[in-house]
Design a protein around this ligand. Sequence first.
Ligand SMILES: [Zn+2]
Length: 109
Amino acid sequence: MTGKKKPLSARAARREAERAAVKLARDRERLASLEPGGAPSLPIEITSASEVEIAARGKPCARCGGEVRVEEHLAETVGTSRLRVARVFCPACGARRAIYFRLGAGLPN
Ligand SMILES: [Zn+2]
C-alpha cells in the first residue's frame, strides 16, 4: 500500500468549471433570446422569405457558438404580425432554438 490519495481538489475544480460552463451557456441562451430574432416580439426584419434560412444559418449557436442547421422554416402569425420562424439545430451541442423574422416591404396589405 502506498497510501497515496488523489487530491479531491482536481475533481472539485473540474466540477466547478462544469458548473460555470453550464451557467455561461444558460446566460448565453438567455442573452440570445433578448437579441433581434430571439423572440416573436423581436423579429429580424427581412424583405424576402428567401432570406430566412441564410440569416438563420449566419447566426451561431446561442449555447456553444457552433454552426447551426435550419431544420424547419415556418410561417406564423403572432397578433397582427406575419412572422417567419426558422427552427435551428446545433449538431455540436444539440441545442435547438427558434429565430423570428418579419417580412417587411414587399408584402401587400
Ligand atoms: Zn451549440
